[in-house]
Design a protein around this ligand. Structure first.
Ligand code: IVH
Length: 669
């Protein structure tokens, strides 16, 4: 016997589900948001008093799952394919022609036209009417299990409505999760008020929100969904896609109201044109329309290519272009010192966002287009690409403008900037440039560099933001007490980090030089330099260009970068400061016996006696190279247990295969 309380609870849930349906599917609510919230609160109170009556599909149970450490994976029963694109009317007509041919010369094919939303594709799986799994598209075959996050999306039914339809044993529904234009603006306004990074566009905001490990965070994001495609279904069969979409609505799924049945080529072209014209008036971003064959038996006959069906096509829209005025051109300094000219624009609205900046990429691009401050320019934005200046409308150029040249000094630190010959990008090479300091430190402590364990991005951000660290040498002055005083840092981890910094002082020339982040000097060249300069950092700092070029693998461009780097006295004093702070560069291991120069090694399988990076270091110390893939150029494959395709390929190519022990013997010979 159902108690009065359980009856009340069941009744409240039904009411809430019905209001949800009216709101999200019919777009015809009959109560206000506050009335809805009041009902929800009533249910919450009852459930709190009677926790034994809570069911997972209750409208109160959308949030509540614990944060994850990582997402699991879901293998899709039927792959989520992508779509071929039609870039213009001719390509749409060609699609119709191919389709008619594929259907043995059908005269007119019936299609369904749908807006192509720009969000994130997901799959929802219902077993006996209950939402059991939600996943991302992933690579089409396997996606990430984001069930807990999708449950927080209010318009996704936790349970199918059964008022008008029977419940299928299995129902897989695909759809697009998105954020509407106004919700996006609100979200970004909130974020900038809270001094959080804003999202570049609604698509990124939707994707980022769904990929939160904590569903409570996802729940605060204004996510919506439109469902548009069937996956596997058991218990019902359909003859047309249109019928399926109608049933989706009855089950309680939001389906885009702008879907349309179309007959023949002419209808397709008209639908595409009409939606393109309405694009800016829609409350969400679309980047085209999807045209799908309506009849499911016809789809069967048409079949699929490797990654996309023959029965559907995406009719893309032209990239949106608008004109605006370049109010200024600024040089921005990236985390790696790259100097990029950025046009500051008079704000304009283009495909869903207000654009105020456009990248001009580099000096060559500026020269090519001859963009000047005061110019009227045509800008374009497509998908999530950063807006770009397409061309200058020279007819509208005001008098007395002059060509733009990047400054000779870094706009942030005033050190000279340098553009290596053959490179498009100019750079600031100052180790202490405030614009780069976070990036510099992250690189300095990274695995292949000084490898300081536990020194993460958050810590770097904090130390730089409170002004404690302005250059890499200052890392060595940190104390456990001051670290322990920082956010999210216990005494234990502070002590561990200080110990890791201490340990990192005993390093090698190669690691230290790599850590400096000199343009063009990566891990490999650092090792080459170590060998050639016998690990002598003073000698490196005072090398002449000729001495550098004399080194095999060092060309004039690399040599010039090195000379420029050391010509900056800040860089020299930072390196001196590191050495004074106790950084010791170990004598390089010279093994006169074995010279591996010209030899390439590949490592595969699980290595038990050394890590891949140690192996790489050993090989490079002896003049050899380590590579990731087996080819004709490979000399040795070192294979640990579990080696697979690389081992097979090496055997095919008749390459010497070594065990770990054999490798160590070779190295020590
Ligand atoms: S159907 C084979 N319908 O476009 C069926 N996709 O390029 C493929 N998309 O990953 C999906 N709106 O993210 C379909 N009405 C719609 C769509 C749509 C947007 C996205 C979806 C998919 C991509 C395919």
């Amino acid at each position: 016997m159902m108690s009065a309380i359980s009856r009340l609870i069941v009744d409240l849930r039904q009411q809430l589900n019905e209001h949800n349906y009216r709101y999200y599917v019919l777009d015809d609510p009959i109560i206000s948001d506050s009335e809805y919230d009041a009902l929800l609160r009533q249910l919450e109170n009852l459930e709190q008093a009677h926790p034994e009556l809570i069911t997972p599909d209750s409208p109160t149970q959308r949030i509540g799952a614990a944060p994850l450490v990582e997402f699991g994976t879901v293998t899709h029963r039927i792959p989520l394919l992508s779509l071929a694109n039609a870039m213009n009317t001719d390509e749409l007509l060609a699609f119709d022609e191919r389709t008619r041919k594929g259907l043995a010369g059908a005269e007119q094919v019936e299609y369904v036209g749908e807006p192509k939303l720009d969000g994130l594709a997901v799959e929802l799986i219902y077993e006996n009417g209950c939402l059991v799994t939600g996943s991302t598209r992933g690579d089409g075959t396997t996606g990430e299990n984001i069930t807990a996050n999708l449950r927080t999306v209010r318009s996704i039914p936790l349970q199918l409505r059964t008022a008008e339809l029977p419940v299928p044993a299995l129902l897989e529904v695909r759809g697009e999760v998105f954020i509407s234009k106004t919700d996006f603006d609100k979200l970004n306004a909130q974020r900038s008020a809270a001094e959080k990074a804003t999202f570049a566009n609604p698509r990124n905001a939707a994707a980022g929100s769904l990929r939160q490990l904590d569903p409570a965070v996802t729940a605060t994001r204004p996510l919506s969904i439109y469902c548009y495609q069937a996956g596997a279904i058991e218990g019902v069969t359909y003859l047309t896609h249109w019928d399926f979409l109608q049933d989706l609505k009855k089950w309680g799924f939001p389906v885009n109201p702008n879907i349309k049945r179309l007959t023949g080529a002419e209808d397709i072209v008209t639908y595409h044109r009409q939606m393109e014209a309405r694009r800016n008036d829609l409350p969400y971003e679309i980047d085209g329309v999807v045209i799908k064959v309506n009849s499911l038996p016809e789809r069967e006959r048409l079949g699929i290519r490797s990654r996309s069906p023959r029965w559907a096509i995406a009719g893309k829209f032209k990239a949106q272009q608008v004109t605006t005025v370049v109010e200024d051109i600024l040089a921005s300094v990236g985390r790696t010192g790259a100097i990029t000219p950025v046009a500051k624009l008079k704000p304009v609205y283009v495909s869903g966002v207000t654009v105020t900046n456009a990248t001009l990429h580099n000096q060559d691009e500026v020269d090519r287009m001859d963009v000047r401050i005061g110019d009227t320019v045509l800008i374009q934005r497509s998908g999530d690409v950063i807006p770009k200046v397409v061309k200058v409308i020279t007819e509208k150029r005001p008098p007395r403008t002059k060509p733009y040249k990047l400054p000779a000094a870094c706009p942030v630190c005033t050190h000279p900037i340098y553009r290596p010959p053959d490179e498009a990008v100019a750079r600031c090479q100052n180790l202490a440039c405030p614009a780069q300091i976070k990036g510099r430190i992250e690189h300095f402590v990274s695995k292949g560099a000084l490898d300081i364990d536990g020194f993460g991005t958050k810590l770097v951000d904090q130390l730089v933001e409170i002004g404690r660290i302005n250059s890499v040498d200052q890392l060595f002055g940190l104390t456990a007490e001051e670290l322990a005083g920082l956010e999210r840092m216990g005494e234990k981890s502070a002590a561990n980090i200080i110990a890791a910094i201490e340990a990192a002082k005993r390093t090698t020339f190669a690691r230290f030089v790599h850590a400096l982040g000199i343009r063009n000097i990566g891990e490999h060249l650092s090792r080459v330099l170590e060998r050639e300069l016998a690990g002598d950092i003073q000698r490196f700092m005072t090398s002449t260009i000729d001495e550098l070029i004399a080194i095999d693998e060092v060309g004039p461009i690399v040599a010039e970068c090195v000379i420029r780097f050391w010509s900056d006295s800040t860089n020299r004093s930072i390196v001196e400061a590191c050495l004074t702070a106790g950084v010791k560069l170990a004598e390089p291991v010279v093994s006169p016996g074995l010279d591996l120069s010209g030899k390439t090694f590949v490592f595969t399988g699980s290595l038990e006696q050394f890590t891949r990076s140690q192996a790489k270091e050993m090989v490079e110390n002896l003049g050899g190279r380590a590579s990731g893939s087996v080819s004709k150029k490979t000399d040795y494959l070192v294979a640990g247990p579990g080696a697979g395709s690389k081992l097979r390929k090496a055997e095919e190519l008749d390459i010497t295969v070594l065990s770990e022990n054999a490798f160590l013997e070779l190295i020590n010979s």
